[in-house]
Design a binder for this molecule. Sequence first.
Ligand code: KG4
Ligand code: ZN
Length: 336
Amino acid sequence: MTTAEPILILGIDTSCDDTGVGLVALHSGGRMEVRANRIWSQTVHASYGGVMPELASREHVERIDAVMDDALLEAGVSVADIGAVAATSGPGLVGALLVGLMYGKGLAQGLGVPFYAAHHLEGHIYAAASEAELRAPYLALVVSGGHTHLFDVLSEGEYRLVGATRDDAAGEAFDKVARLAGLGYPGGPAISEAAKRGDPTGVAFREPMLGQSGYDFSFSGLKTAALLAHRAGASGADLAASFQAVAIKHLLRVTRKAAEHLGRETVVVSGGVAANTALREAFGKSELRAVFPGQGLNTDNGAMIALAGAAAIRSGRAAHGLGDGAVAYAPLANVE
Ligand code: KG4
Ligand code: ZN
């Protein structure tokens, strides 16, 4: 291989209920380019009202080969072209994580290429590298079904947690409000759709205020207020529009406050909730330089893990051994 040829990195995420496989080309100048991003979203959980861990693992086992083939096809490459493998090792459901992790390790071993264990949240942040070069320092707001975390990224790979939800994650609140209003699952897209027909001032929500210091978030009070409004007869559309508006207002206010105090201009907004159009508009209109992941890279996917792997390779981080296992809980923050 000549030095001008890009390194092709395979990324795998099986942390929850999506089987994601992606391919990223790392060019010699450091540019990262998404070549494929295939996702199999599990639907078996719909009737249970939540993700069933054992069913998730089994479905990953059944699907991963096909998703891998699709990704190779999309990129027009073969397995032999893969130059490095990255797979999520945590946080997530351990049985589910193990499927992608072992698949990735086996592949790396078989091909004789380096293996990188990736942190799921680092993957969410690097999803935005599909759209813009991320130059630290910057803020990273990860808003998903399981996380609402605000990081100050001090330098590449150096994360300080500056804020987090005190109760429900933002996506979890979207899901719960959608369910109580009978709007369907997953709740984020359902709320976003219903909100287009509703009045954002139709239900009087009050934004959670958590004192004057710190950059924490809270969503459980909004969920309770939504339940009361629903019982009082608010329409699903008004409830969706009003809830969405106040949730976005809250996320934006706290993030702006942190950006101002910490002197940051750029904020990466990623995770499933970052797919929300109204949220993108609100952040886009603010004085912040908001960077969002490209299409298909907001919710869990393999390309974001390949991007995190590419960043690790680019900054000369050592590859991981094959000994490290899957971890259910793993903080990303590594700076106090
Ligand atoms: O990142 P993700 O796929 O999984 C986790 O790691 O949690 O995020 C899923 C979450 C769900 O709660 C879903 O309702 C939410 O992201 N979501 C949205 C939208 N699309 C997905 N929330 C608001 N608006 C959307 N358009
Ligand atoms: Zn996620």
